[in-house]
Design a protein around this ligand. Structure first.
Ligand SMILES: [Zn+2]
Ligand SMILES: [Zn+2]
Length: 449
């Protein structure tokens, strides 16, 4: 007997090409095929394969229980293209549920050298030309390339990507939240196919933007076999090769040419740290290097646009900050009511954030604790204000004889949050429970809708 999978074995589109489909796009298509909303599909998936069923990839503190809140957060942010626990678990479960190989649909396979925070995601962008060209709705896909933050344009059409949330229709003709379709190539706000609602002409991308999109495209297009051979060591070897070929083996000259501080560059070369994807692209562009080859461990020349454009706003000269200046800025920061974080301070001073605690341990720890206290205070203030607002709305509803529901509280107050841990959500739950004690008991055992 043939083993049946939970969902249809839908194949990933464009594997091995720069337009390989993203996991988000795949989930949208799979849901459509089953006549389900993406959220309902994920609920079924997580019921069959609960998170945490594979302890290998899931750290203990991130055990994830299946509630509709969690799934709502996934569907809202679609943070599934990196190597986070949630992303890896979803990828694995979807592969089990469809029997298809989906590894090329996320950046997780590059996790050995691009740690989670090095791969940025901006879900839900699209190329206005691509969505218009494809008239067959069944062939509309959402490429992984459009979800990577460093990429700003479509390499095929040379136009800037657009935000899925920008709808050109009048507010009146837009659909209600519950009716909004989630289909690749369709405006979810008004249901327009190919985003016809946006009538503006697509904006032309710069030569550098196109070069970046092509470079990242070549990386996402590498085969599984190739990406298995890429790791932190091969990236390091690639950088060393670049320094040898382009700068006669001088890391300082390479750093200056890329407008990166020599200390950062030597950290990368020694393997103690890695550049972000954005910085790596900057180095590649200034030296005319192919990103995918560099990750594989060798320098391969590829012509880059003549006029270099600065991608990372970091002036090499700024790292000449003196220690007394750092100490002074630190002391000043601690006196502020809303102090900057250590990373913000380092950015402002143009120095490596790790240097601050190394040199000024006590002050730096103090700064962190002052910042934490400030954030706790502001969260509490937001919570109290929201409780006050929701309470007044709830009282008005009761006075009218209308039932107090969460959606009415949100609609009347005009305040909503989609994050389960936000103070707004906590306030909403508290007020709702106070006015609907009958429901509060049931909610504790059932999943709230
Ligand atoms: Zn395009
Ligand atoms: Zn629209």
């Amino acid at each position: 007997m043939v083993d049946r999978t939970l969902f249809f074995g839908l194949e990933l589109v464009g594997e091995g090409t720069i337009f390989v489909e993203s996991l988000r796009g795949y989930v949208l298509r799979l849901a459509l095929l089953h006549s389900l909303t993406p959220r309902a599909l994920l609920e079924i998936l997580l019921k069959k394969y609960p998170f945490g069923s594979n302890p290998k990839s899931l750290s203990e503190e991130c055990s994830f229980s299946v509630t509709s809140e969690n799934i709502r957060a996934i569907v809202q942010r679609w943070q599934m293209h990196g190597s986070s626990d949630v992303g890896l678990q979803l990828l694995e479960n979807l592969q089990k549920a469809t029997g298809s190989c989906l590894e090329s649909s996320t950046m997780a396979r590059f996790h050995a050298f691009a740690r989670t925070h090095l791969v940025h995601h901006r879900p839900g962008r699209y190329c206005p030309m691509c969505v218009r060209e494809e008239t067959d709705p069944e062939k509309q896909i959402s490429p992984l390339l459009w979800e990577i933050q460093a990429v700003e344009c479509c390499p095929k059409h040379g136009v800037l990507l657009r935000d899925r949330m920008t709808c050109g229709s009048e507010t009146l003709s837009q659909l209600r939240f519950a009716q909004r379709p989630q289909i690749p190539g369709v405006c979810s706000a008004c249901g327009c196919i190919g985003f016809e609602c946006v009538t503006e002409e697509p904006a032309t991308a710069s030569a550098v933007q196109i070069w970046i999109a092509e470079s990242v495209g070549r990386l996402v297009a590498v085969s599984m076999r190739q990406s298995e051979g890429m790791n932190a060591d091969t990236l390091r070897a690639g950088l060393i090769d670049l320094v040898r070929v382009c700068h006669a083996g001088s890391p300082v000259r390479a750093a200056k040419a890329a407008s990166v501080s020599p200390s950062s560059f030597s950290i990368w070369l020694s393997g103690k740290g890695q550049p972000s994807l954005r910085m790596l692209l900057d180095v590649c562009q200034r030296n005319g290097a192919d990103l995918a080859s560099l990750c594989e461990g060798r320098f391969r020349e590829i012509s880059s646009p003549k006029a270099p454009q600065k991608l990372v706003q970091r002036a090499y000269a700024r790292s000449a900050t003196s220690w007394s200046e750092v100490e002074r800025v630190l002391a000043r920061a601690m006196e502020q009511e809303a102090p900057p974080s250590r990373a913000q301070l380092a950015k402002q001073l143009g120095i490596n954030p790790h240097l601050i605690p190394r040199r000024f341990k006590t002050q730096s720890d103090q700064l962190v604790s002052v910042g934490q206290k400030h954030r706790a205070r502001s969260r509490q203030a937001t919570f109290e204000k929201a409780v006050e607002l929701y309470t007044s709305v709830a009282m008005a509803l009761e006075a009218e004889g209308t039932l107090v529901t969460r959606s009415r509280l949100i609609k009347r107050s005009g305040k909503a949050s989609f994050e389960s841990s936000s103070p707004l959500t906590r306030a909403l739950e508290e007020v709702h429970a106070r006015f609907r004690p009958d429901l509060a008991k049931r909610d504790a055992t059932e999943v709230p809708e």
